[in-house]
Design a protein around this ligand. Structure first.
Ligand code: FES
Ligand SMILES: [Fe+2]
Length: 338
């Protein structure tokens, strides 16, 4: 299985109304549209006749009509009408490729692989569950998928890039336990001190033990948990859709528990999260510029770069379609301070 053989978020559900939507992901260009029955179709965005973008066309009943000569394509990509041939003509088999598509958790997912999917899209944790609130953010990064994933799961940068907002430097050492399986790698921090910052003052409870885990799920998902017990828990889940080598669309869903005042908390939490993510957008764009200026990355790693190397090697294997090595779950402990 290569990196294409997975489900990717193409758009938020609310973005697709009656007008077709053009999306690009993992090297594919796709026209999305909703039929009268509210079913979603995902067709290659290239008319089989003279290659005009179907996403520039209009939708009527169950078909999308090409804006150039009016060929009609149904949701399965079949060409079902060619106006210039007349109503009784025999139609040639000039369809376009249709991609498997799903609508789930408020997102439209596409499977760009050549094979048929053997799994369903990822479910965002605790989404729409009782007692949980959520909001979503869509952010375009000028950075590779791997640079984004490493950043979302990297603690040492937070005391520099988000100083005062999210976390401040603390010299106390804590222990990080890294666990990996064939398609995940995660780190759990033990004894993490809560330093004073805007986020901790506003949202973290006093005197409660924090269970903080950062997790990567193949091929493109990061999940961060700040768990203070049954009534105070924040989960930040990001799905990275590759648009180009150094361009990634990140869909983040923030799910949290905060008791009865959750709607009020959201009003504060959302702008703070947006500010923090914009700081990451800036530092990653600056990193990308450097990588391009010097003709490629040349990284040195230390053991407190906890997940980046493992994310890279898992994705490289998938990219080369190398079989997943079934290895026993591994665990190692590292000392870190941030
Ligand atoms: S290019 Fe689409 S109908 Fe001619
Ligand atoms: Fe960050």
């Amino acid at each position: 299985m290569g990196l294409k053989d997975h489900w990717y978020i193409a758009a938020e559900s609310r973005e697709l109304k009656r007008k077709p939507l053009a999306v690009s992901l993992v090297g594919s260009h796709i026209a999305l549209f909703r039929t009268d029955q509210e079913e979603i179709a995902a067709l290659e965005d290239r008319c089989s006749h003279r290659n005009t973008a179907l996403s520039r066309g209009v939708v009527s009943s169950d078909c999308i009509t090409c804006p150039y000569h009016g060929w009609h394509f149904d949701g399965a990509g079949r060409c079902v009408q060619i106006p210039s041939l007349g109503a009784s003509a025999h139609l040639p088999d000039h369809g376009v490729r249709a991609y498997p598509v799903r609508e789930q958790d408020g997102y439209i997912w596409i499977y760009p692989g050549e094979s048929l999917p053997d799994s369903e899209p990822f479910h965002f944790p605790n989404y729409h569950e009782q007692g949980w609130s959520s909001f979503r953010m869509k952010t375009r990064f000028r950075a590779s998928v791997e640079a984004c994933l490493e950043n979302f799961l990297d603690c040492p940068h937070t005391v520099y890039v988000h100083q005062g907002w999210f976390r401040n430097h603390d010299t106390r050492q804590l222990s990080a336990v890294v666990r990996s399986t064939s398609d995940t790698v995660e780190v759990e921090f033990r004894g993490e001190p809560i330093t004073r910052s805007l986020v901790s003052r506003l949202f973290f409870p006093d005197g409660r033990e924090l269970r903080h885990t950062d997790r990567f799920l193949m091929p493109n998902i990061s999940r961060v948990d700040y768990d203070f017990g049954p009534d105070r828990h924040f989960i930040i889940t990001s799905q990275c859709t590759p648009i180009a080598d150094y361009e990634t669309e990140v869909h983040t869903l923030i799910t949290f528990r905060f008791g009865r005042i959750a709607p009020l908390v959201r009003l504060l939490l959302e702008p703070v999260c947006r500010k923090i993510i914009r700081q990451d957008v800036e530092i990653l764009a600056a990193q990308t510029e450097q990588i391009r200026r010097f003709g490629g990355p040349q990284f040195h790693h230390v053991e407190t770069d906890l997940l980046g190397l493992r994310i890279q090697s898992m994705r490289r294997r998938a990219e080369r379609s190398e079989p997943v090595i079934e290895q026993p779950d591994q665990e190692r402990e590292i000392t870190i301070c941030f």
